[in-house]
Design a binder for this molecule. Structure first.
Ligand SMILES: *[C@@H]1O[C@H](CO)[C@@H](O)[C@H](O)[C@H]1NC(C)=O
Ligand SMILES: *[C@@H]1O[C@H](CO)[C@@H](O)[C@H](O)[C@H]1NC(C)=O
Ligand SMILES: *[C@@H]1O[C@H](CO)[C@@H](O)[C@H](O)[C@H]1NC(C)=O
Ligand SMILES: *[C@@H]1O[C@H](CO)[C@@H](O)[C@H](O)[C@H]1NC(C)=O
Ligand SMILES: *[C@@H]1O[C@H](CO)[C@@H](O)[C@H](O)[C@H]1NC(C)=O
Ligand SMILES: *[C@@H]1O[C@H](CO)[C@@H](O)[C@H](O)[C@H]1NC(C)=O
Ligand SMILES: *[C@@H]1O[C@H](CO)[C@@H](O)[C@H](O)[C@H]1NC(C)=O
Ligand SMILES: *[C@@H]1O[C@H](CO)[C@@H](O)[C@H](O)[C@H]1NC(C)=O
Ligand SMILES: [Ca+2]
Length: 529
């Protein structure tokens, strides 16, 4: 029976299939080998791994001991005393296990300095990127704040971004229209909104929770029951910034105004205005870039147990000697097992080029070569036989006649695009970073296959002989293909500007313009330049 239970426990994650295994030993036509999958750690309550800071100093009640009362009954009062464990309300009570019926909570001082605002920051830091998988739920005792901002940081607290605004009147408080996450669409799923849902007093009496709605945002893609996870995972991979929206290293609650219990602050009883937080629930997982299914808490910090020959706190790098391709995060796609995008070992270095300094240096060729050689007198390692039209020490440049596709990754096989310059119109098959070729005189267009105004194309661009603007055929001549004027019989010259009756052709009559015998031989001849 026990054995059976253990077996079930082991199998459960496989049945759920939410990217919980990183590799499996499979038998193929070529014998047994590892097959790799995208994998991620399980979602867990993350509050247990956070360090918390409450600011400003002196905001926690009880030092000195202080009276506080409730909104429901302003005569029902109690005392906060930091020196008495039964009456103290330190920050750690926001993270303890709640016994049923008896809430333990952090509590602030009361608003005795009204009308100066009562401000408090509660900052949770993980010193590690984590990804939310469920709603953040902050539980307030004695009423929810009427004004609050949830902020997050992605860089261990160096920069902060608003995550959600909360107010009983969003427009008045933050100049934002009140919205509901449920009303967001696929294109606005990562929009930062202001909501009044958790801040109005009538609801505040019974309801204690303030939420950051992760499930509702997921539901925009996966449907109300989160049944269509395929669509969610596809979106997470493809929609810009969507994954990052649910990622953070730190979270901060900026408490800006406590519950008022009505429309106005009663100056004569400021003892009933304060913040009290009994729990902060943050459900998520370590971000391991889909390269680990385990995350451990060692010496006070979270660390992915990286697979796929990756390393780093978030498995964000390839291990040394596994950098024949540049690092890539695993992908949720294709469903159901995703792509592992493992780091590959660098292969077959020509042994003759293998002196000691080489081994300690990387052969990084962005996947365009797996061979390097060591150049002794320069003391550097360089890729050799770069493929895919690349060149350079790390195959990081494009060969002459190719240009870098700026929207493709450096390790993309198609990163170098043929300049494809017109052979006749261009000076050489060479182009700049945006694919523009160097054109000969009179030629234009990205590929040099067009003529500038005033030029016509004929195995290259030649200046117009005639046109409609500057080089107009005269004396009734007509312009043919910009190349020549078709002149009336009595005129000649490039632009038909010369009368045949001038000079020695004295036999022409000046006014006539009809062909005479003398000119018959020339009849129909057109002049070209
Ligand atoms: C809370 O944090 C913000 C930055 O996010 C800072 O500007 C503000 O001064 C802090 N407030 C207090 C009371 O420490
Ligand atoms: C944060 O994590 C890094 C990497 O694990 C560790 O080196 C550093 O000491 C940690 N910092 C703090 C303040 O815990
Ligand atoms: C928002 O507030 C401004 C002034 O504070 C007001 O002019 C505007 O009508 C308000 N908008 C809404 C939707 O209430
Ligand atoms: C959400 O959408 C519903 C239906 O479209 C609408 O009645 C409601 O006013 C919207 N709520 C908010 C806060 O925008
Ligand atoms: C590195 O990857 C290879 C397969 O590419 C695998 O056989 C090996 O076990 C991996 N090594 C580590 C330390 O994960
Ligand atoms: C996904 O992984 C499971 C478990 O390792 C494996 O049995 C299954 O064949 C894989 N499916 C695909 C489509 O690769
Ligand atoms: C550049 O790369 C992007 C992304 O791979 C691709 O969609 C696009 O077609 C490429 N452009 C050219 C000119 O090859
Ligand atoms: C490439 O050349 C074109 C045409 O001369 C120019 O418009 C473009 O700015 C150039 N691009 C770069 C990156 O120099
Ligand atoms: Ca508690």
């Amino acid at each position: 029976m026990l054995h059976h239970a253990a077996f079930l426990l082991h199998c459960l994650p496989l049945v759920m299939g939410q990217y919980d295994i990183c590799k499996s030993w499979v038998t193929t036509d070529n014998g047994p080998m590892w097959e790799f999958y995208a994998c991620q750690p399980r979602a867990v309550p993350m509050k247990e791994y956070a360090t918390v800071r409450v600011e400003p100093s002196g905001i926690t009640c009880g030092n000195p001991p202080q009276k506080f009362c409730t909104h429901e009954n302003p005569y029902m009062c109690d005392e906060c005393d930091a020196s008495n464990p039964d009456l103290a309300h330190p920050p750690k009570l926001m993270f303890d296990k709640e016994d049923e019926g008896l809430a333990t909570y952090w509590q602030s001082v009361t608003w005795s300095r009204y009308p100066e605002p009562l401000l408090a920051n509660i900052t949770l830091s993980w010193n590690k990127s984590i990804e939310l998988t469920d709603d953040i739920i902050v539980t307030f005792e004695y009423g929810r704040p009427t004004m609050m901002i949830l902020e997050k940081s992605l860089d261990n607290g160096r920069t902060w971004h608003p995550y959600q605004y909360y107010a009983d009147d969003c427009n008045e408080t933050f100049g934002m229209q009140a919205r509901r996450v449920r009303n967001l669409s696929t294109t606005s799923a990562n929009r930062v909104i202001c909501t009044d849902e958790y801040s109005r007093w009538p609801g505040s009496k019974k309801e204690k929770n303030v939420r950051f709605e992760v499930r509702d945002r997921f539901a925009i893609f996966a449907g109300p029951e989160l049944k269509n996870m395929d669509n969610l995972y596809t979106r997470l991979e493809s929609a810009k910034g969507l994954k990052d929206f649910f990622t953070m290293t730190d979270l901060r609650l900026r408490l800006l105004r406590p519950a008022l219990g009505g429309t106005y602050v009663q100056r004569e009883n400021l003892f009933k205005y304060f913040y009290a937080v009994s729990n902060i629930e943050v459900t998520g997982r370590c971000k391991c870039n889909l390269h680990a299914n385990l995350c451990t808490f060692k010496e006070g910090s979270l660390q992915c147990e990286c697979e796929h020959n990756t390393t780093g706190q978030d498995c964000g790098r390839c291990k040394k000697n596994f950098r024949s391709k540049s690092w890539r995060a695993g992908s949720y796609l294709p469903r159901p097992n995703g792509s592992a995008n493992v780091c590959k070992e660098k292969l077959d270095f020509p042994p003759t080029y293998f002196p000691a300094p080489f081994a300690s240096t990387d052969c990084e060729c962005y996947g365009h070569s797996n061979r390097c050689s060591f150049i002794d007198f320069l003391n550097l390692v360089t890729c050799i036989s770069c493929k895919h039209n690349t060149r350079g020490q790390h195959c990081q440049h494009c060969r002459l006649g190719y240009y870098r596709n700026s929207s493709a990754e450096l390790d993309d096989e198609n990163v170098c695009v043929d300049c494809n310059c017109n052979r006749i119109g261009s000076v050489a098959n060479r182009c700049n970073e945006t694919g523009y070729c160097d054109c000969k005189e009179g030629v234009t267009g990205p590929k040099c296959d067009d003529c500038l105004p005033g030029y016509y194309w004929r195995q290259g661009c030649f200046p117009n002989v005639c046109d409609e603007e500057l080089l107009i055929c005269q004396n009734g001549g007509t312009c043919y293909d910009n190349q020549r004027c078709l002149c009336p019989p009595n005129f000649r010259g490039v632009l038909c500007e010369q009368s045949k009756c001038e000079g020695e052709n004295k036999e022409c009559d000046s006014g006539g313009g009809m062909p005479h015998g003398r000119t018959r031989g020339e009849g129909g001849r057109v002049l070209t330049s």
